[in-house]
Design a protein around this ligand. Structure first.
Ligand code: HPA
Length: 271
């Protein structure tokens, strides 16, 4: 896996030369519009990187965009692959490890999520303060990659406290409602049943989705600082009468895009 990640990083370096992103942003479903805000220098389709996992879901484009945000060199991963597409957690987190190899020390992970907590409403943004990974395999299973990190990494502070403070203060200044919560990743692709949401709520989850946790684990293993933001696109199953659909999730996350972009803007500028 380490050789695979190195070879993907080398293929990208052949295109971007010595451009070194400091911050990486992974954009979740329906949130890809932030990529238009950067002064893009290079775009690299995942499909053009030999050995790189390619997303198969409609509405999840798959490419890296490298460029400047103000004068900060950043990388955007527009679209990601998921476990439900048939990729292992280790394969699904290759983008994070490749971004680390390209130089990124900080990663902002974003996603669309269903609200479990009664404090959350569709259209809200949630700052991920902790996560529950018990329903997915770890991306670190298998021989440890010592070049990235230690065999038994500490997970007591996955989401960097300083980045959390920055996110909360940006939200307050911009009048954006940003609530704090715990995110749980489930494998999908089916949405949860009301009974499953009941269980997840009892376990302490505020929001649920099909990504992010394994990426945060791979990033912390590799010594990256992590910030996580969920766009709450719907109330989780059983919380309202309406059935869940991917189309509604994408449409709803598009509605939060303006606030979402302002929040990411503020976080990057204040890091
Ligand atoms: N469940 C799981 N994943 C999701 C949801 C949900 O309710 N909404 C957006 N992604």
């Amino acid at each position: 896996m380490y050789q695979k990640c190195l070879s993907c990083a080398e293929s990208i370096k052949n295109i971007i030369g010595n451009f070194k992103p400091e911050i990486a942003v992974v954009l979740g479903s329906g949130l890809g519009g932030f990529a238009d805000k950067i002064d893009a220098k290079f775009a690299v389709d995942y499909a053009d990187i030999p050995g790189f996992p390619v997303s198969t879901v409609k509405g999840h484009s798959g490419r890296f965009i490298f460029g400047f945000y103000g004068n900060i060199p950043i990388a955007i991963a527009q679209g990601r692959v998921h476990i439900y597409e048939g990729y292992t957690p280790t394969e699904s987190t290759m983008p994070i490890r490749v971004l680390k190899l390209l130089g990124a020390e900080t990663v902002i992970l974003t996603n669309a999520a269903g609200g479990i907590s009664n404090q959350l409403n569709p259209g809200d943004m949630m700052l991920i303060c902790d996560h529950i990974s018990l329903f997915t395999d770890s991306p670190l299973i298998g021989a440890n990659i010592d070049e990235f990190g230690t065999r038994f990494p500490d997970m007591s502070e996955v989401y960097d406290k300083k980045l959390q403070r920055i996110a909360l203060s940006v939200a307050e200044k911009c009048g954006i409602s940003l609530k704090k919560g715990v995110y749980v990743q489930i494998k999908g692709p089916q949405y949860e049943t009301p009974a499953e949401i009941g269980v997840l709520g009892i376990l302490g989850a505020d929001a649920v989705g099909m990504s992010t946790v394994i990426e945060a684990i791979a990033a912390v293993h590799a010594g990256m600082r992590v910030c996580g933001i969920s766009a709450i696109t719907n109330m989780a199953a059983g919380k309202t009468k309406s059935p869940l659909s991917h189309k509604d999730v994408i449409e709803s996350s598009k509605k939060t895009e303006n606030d979402f972009c302002r929040l990411i803007d503020g976080i990057i500028k204040n890091i």
